[in-house]
Design a protein around this ligand. Sequence first.
Ligand code: T1G
Length: 696
Amino acid sequence: MNMITNEAVSLDRDGAVLIATVDNPPVNALSHAVRAGLVSALDQFEADAEAKALVILCAGRTFIAGADIREFGQPLKEPRLGALIDRLDRCEKPVVAAMHGTALGGGLEIALACSYRLASQDARMGLPEVKLGLLPGSGGIVRLPRLIGVPDALTMIAEGGQIGAAAARDKGLVDEVVSGDLRSGAVAFTQGIAEKGEVRRTSDLPVPAFDEGLLATRRAELAKRYRGLKAPQIAVDLIEMMTITPFAEAVEKEYATCRELIASPQSKALRHLFAAERAALKIDGVPADTQPRKVSKVAVIGPGVMGRGIAMCFMDAALPVVLLGRSEESLGKAEAAIRKLYGGSIKRGSMTEAQLEERMKLLETVTDYERLADVDLVVEAVTENLSVKKDVFARLSGVLKPDAIIATNTSFLDIEALASSAAQPQNVAGMHFFNPANMMKLLENVRASRTDANVLATITALGKKIGKVPVMVGRSEGFVANRMLSKRSREAQFLLEDGATPQQVDKVLSGFGFPIGPFALADLAGMDVMAAARQARIAGMTPREQACNIVDKLAAAGRLGQKTGAGYYLYGEDRKPQHDPAVGELLAAHRTERGFGSREITDEEILERCLLAMVNEAAKLLDEGAAARASDIDVIWTSGFGWPTHMGGPMFWADQMGIARVKEALDKYSRIVGEEYFKPAALIERLASEGRGFHN
Ligand code: T1G
């Protein structure tokens, strides 16, 4: 008999067992309807004398995956999750949670408050709140350590990782792993315990003893690993609190902290990125039900550094790769280099020799285009020269299957010109990887005007399959990431001319949260590389940019960076950047030569000039349609260029600053640096006049 409680939760009976089924697609998030439905199910269960035990399970692909993130920041609607969990805790008859898919956050907290926990073989469990700048607020802090011990609980809560069903059983988080049909397995288990009717309250369990020194050790590790993030540190505070605080009081403290974190700037930034990364997968002009083309074999053209890294991306996703090069020698070098890169994984213990051999079997090296006749997609990663690429496109067009996709890895050449050199321009797109391609998460997928919708859907799905963060961008020299980066680099150089030192600029930007400052990064990349990149773009530079040739001077002096022990900094054995007076002298001479005085530059000016130059360029990219959404730009910069995730991305950061203040600062720097560099973009003028931000 089906006893409906509401649209999200249904209740039915199997003998003495009631089964509450949550059905709230897509992830059974704990919306108000789910919470109210479960309370109603508990009411009926407790009032039903015939019912000896209750099973809670979910329809669809997963058990409850947490609180409904979309409700955060909205007025709280009773019943709160905490009230539902208290009801579970006080239940006088046993409740069994049957988990599948990903039982996360508030979903796992519900299971923790049940008498028994079952999991399907593929189930995974976790408390990922910390990834949203939050922490469990409905009993996860006070119950999980009681079941699996403080050390493992601290790891799960402070890092937000997931564990599988078998590991959960071994740790005592799950009582049984159910093979076969979860519902029937759960009902059978529950019938087995129903007669005895034993209620097991996690809240009654003592906190297992643990090494108190653990807390200080983990605190230090977490501070290093999650630099700037507050929630992991607070996780340690809460775990310490729960070990010395009576249960009921600890529950209140846990909930109060969660509410504070929901209102925190870091959580708002991280929740913004959670939504932004999902929005980026929705491509304008590509219906959500567009079927991607099948990609079961790929080719990479160009066995250079980028080609090798791109080939590894596909190999790591178990896709066979044909790497085409002009000579056996270049292909031999590429294969050896790939094998060497995997050797690093073996040294780190993340790969075995056997796995390496298996992985290398996926790589085939060829010099003959005819060998590409059966591939589904080609990434061309040859030298950044339009005529060379056009030749490759023409040769590919002569051998590929009619529906094979050609993706160019170009970082700044015109994709429309390349598409025109292909027999099937509708099959041409860009897949812009970043060096090192096998490591960098960001993938700028580039749409051309004639690219088919299902090609866009295909490269987006393929980007996800190979573990990248794919963001669709449109035509623009340097697309989105590099065009914005070039503005930050410009300001960093100009600031040296105006009187700042490399260490001051690096300190300000790494203090903001970037993993490394622009000058230490240049020393890592190599001044010869930087000088070559500058030369490649010099024709499009302004006179001041062209004359600002500090990079060339360092390269000419043999100061190539870490590889020569000196660049913007000096480097000893420890490879740590040290201040070098010689650089100060070189900069002073450059300023004199350029007729620049040297003035005191504040940290605020450094930060605003570097970051607002990027924001201003982003506003132009949005107006040009090169970026579809401001949030896409936030995803690009947090996944690909080290913008601290807890600061939400450049556009989120600008919105926090307020567009009026952004415009005011741009006007100020227009006066200091020049209109051509800081004149507010038209979009910023519009938003400022309308009192709006990028995201509203
Ligand atoms: N609330 C609302 N919507 C959610 C959601 C959630 N918790 N999780 C996912 N969605 C949406 C998502 O936006 C997307 O929507 C669709 O579901 C598919 O998601 C009280 C305070 C579960 C592993 O942090 O990790 O509980 O774009 O594309 O890759 O103490 O979603 O289709 O419109 O990611 O298969 C804690 C967050 C909340 C889990 C599935 N829980 N979600 O991944 O699909 S705080 C989380 C995920 C909390 C308690 C605390 C993943 C997933 P749309 P998807 P997926």
